[in-house]
Design a protein around this ligand. Sequence first.
Ligand code: MG
Length: 256
Amino acid sequence: MQIEYGTQTDQGKSRTSNEDSYAASVRKKFFLVADGMGGHAAGEIASQIAASTMEDLMTGADAGSGSAEQALLDAAQGANARVFESQTEDPQLSGMGSTLTALALRDSRYFIAHVGDSRAYLHRDGALEQLTRDHSLVWHLYESGMLRKEELSSHPQKNLITRSVGPHPHIEVDLERGDAREGDVFLLCSDGLTDVVSDETIRTVLGDATQSPQQMCDKLVNLANDAGGPDNITAVVVRIAPGSDDEGRTVRIELT
Ligand code: MG
């Protein structure tokens, strides 16, 4: 399986710092987006600890698909424990937390671990599917039929997250899995993208096969900033390269 990927993160237009973090490991075929929260730079620290700890703890892609789910769960639990410990050690960091949305590719399978309101999407055959459910009050209202999806981002309690990494010693992690096919494009992103860029626009950007994953990331971040950039914006795009018999190779396509 050959993988192409790109990454982009941006402070946006109204925040004074960037509390989003991401990770991308070629060797581990592992990708992650984390969106931190907490005062006094604590959000920044929370997402950095969550991202780097989870990447460190993930096993390599050579471990195969059999152990991928447990590896993701263990790594997410380890990242949660590290963020939790950090705030018990330093009162200034008290209450900090982070989202965590991670993708691992193993033996033509994909595995996603997810906590919070960052998202994973899959673009396949012209259609866009959201693979994760937001752990937020507004998502609960949406699933209960009380809000439409386009109303979520403007709801006054939009930022009320029902699950995050850090505040508690243990965390419940959602796991998604499926077959990965040639031409699939995965997007991991923070809410700074999805609050201002519609699913339909994301579908169009990810569906343009003439663009590299890096160009897609840059385009999505620019679109969010053009729409006001009210929050930090992070996008990680991973494409299963078509027409490849180059087993095991992972390349990063740079913007030209
Ligand atoms: Mg955010």
